[in-house]
Design a protein around this ligand. Structure first.
Ligand SMILES: *[C@@H]1O[C@H](CO)[C@@H](O)[C@H](O)[C@H]1NC(C)=O
Ligand SMILES: *[C@@H]1O[C@H](CO)[C@@H](O)[C@H](O)[C@H]1NC(C)=O
Ligand SMILES: *[C@@H]1O[C@H](CO)[C@@H](O)[C@H](O)[C@H]1NC(C)=O
Ligand SMILES: CC(=O)N[C@H]1CO[C@H](CO)[C@@H](O)[C@@H]1O
Length: 320
């Protein structure tokens, strides 16, 4: 049976989750490293100070200081640098991956992993590219920090999927140098953390802004925007972590929706809370809309979305 599952990676409140990883101890840079590298002391000191605020200071320091002559002055600039190095590393990894085809001839599992990882890396490059061009210069941004968070999450999900999938197929040995050797995950994680910080600041300033249109991720269609903006949007089911809804997990609600008889639009309201689920939506289970508690708080990123048309690792496994 061509029973393909569509996975959606839901990172609702991923932002808050990531924020909890950032320690606000930027100023506690030790003085021990001072006498290393006198030459670039100031420059290195400043870059390492920025990097110490990220979940992976090692790769941050290493790649940023090799790539950029001067340390960033503002967090916006730092974010851009991080995304740029992540992009460069992702392109290199992708280049490496594309050369592996000949080494997986006549090895169906390796071949399947290779094909999927290549596609996933393409997705990552695409997401990073749109983030970089969306953020643009200070005066010509065409995406919100929220968009950036969504796209960066998706970029990271793709990398994770490549790693998870190849270990499920027992071919990690083959793909690991690509999946891990380029530190793309770490750099993406750092970008997400810094972006989350910007998102949080913006949140504090603009909490009551009325320009809601800007708040929608750009992949929400105009029709859906109008629908979401209508005051009377009515949920068929409510998901709440605290038990105040019909279900506690998004997957349970989707499974329930799958059993409905009439396949009209089905709205699931996901209340505030941390939901990190790999959601499976059967192919026959269309027309479901997940609505969060205010778009600023809910990120639903479709790493392996319907639109992107990714065959998943499970379908790749089934096919070999
Ligand atoms: C990024 O996007 C632009 C415009 O769509 C395209 O011309 C460029 O080749 C892309 N770069 C990469 C590295 O994919
Ligand atoms: C991978 O290896 C494990 C244990 O070594 C085995 O149980 C599993 O069936 C293997 N999976 C595949 C897809 O070969
Ligand atoms: C935002 O709106 C709420 C209620 O509408 C109000 O209590 C609060 O003071 C407002 N916050 C700001 C920053 O304007
Ligand atoms: C610069 C840096 O931190 N590189 C790391 C990239 O990832 C590999 C494998 O995880 C590490 O061994 C490197 O140290």
């Amino acid at each position: 049976m061509a029973m393909k599952n569509i996975y959606l990676f839901v990172a609702t409140f991923l932002v808050l989750f990531i924020l909890s990883l950032i320690t606000p101890t930027a100023l506690s840079i030790s003085h021990h490293h001072r006498h290393h590298d006198h030459h670039h002391r100031h420059h290195d000191h400043t870059i390492s100070r920025w990097c110490s605020q990220t979940p992976h200071p090692g790769p941050c320091n290493y790649y940023i200081s090799r790539r950029f002559a001067a340390a960033p002055r503002r967090r916006l600039e730092f974010r851009k640098m991080l995304i740029q190095v992540a992009m460069e590393r992702a392109l290199e990894a992708r280049g490496h991956a594309s050369q592996l085809e000949s080494s997986c001839e006549n090895k169906p599992h390796e071949k399947a992993a290779w094909r999927d990882c290549l596609k996933l890396y393409d997705g990552t490059v695409l997401q990073l590219n749109r983030t970089l061009s969306g953020l643009g210069g200070p005066h010509k941004r065409s995406c919100t920090d929220f968009d950036a968070q969504t796209w960066l999450s998706t970029a990271l999900t793709n990398i994770d999927t490549c790693q998870t999938g190849s270990s499920e197929l027992n071919v990690s040995e083959f793909i690991t140098p690509v999946a891990c050797g380029y530190n793309v995950s770490e750099l993406l994680c750092n970008s997400l953390a810094v972006n989350a910080k910007l998102l949080e600041n913006q949140e504090a300033i603009n909490y009551n802004e009325t320009d809601h249109d800007r708040d929608f991720p750009s992949w929400v269609s105009n029709r859906e925007r109008r629908m979401l903006e209508s005051p009377g949007i009515k949920a068929n089911l409510v998901v709440a972590k605290d038990g105040s809804g019909h279900f506690r997990s998004v997957q349970e609600a989707i499974n329930r929706a799958a059993r409905r008889r009439i396949h009209s639009r089905f709205v699931i309201h996901v209340k505030r809370g941390v939901y990190r689920e790999n959601i499976e939506v059967g192919v026959g289970n269309r027309n479901i809309m997940l609505v969060g508690d205010g778009l600023r708080y809910t990120i639903i990123t479709s790493g392996r979305s319907v639109k992107a048309g990714y065959t998943t690792y499970s379908s790749a496994t089934a096919g070999t």
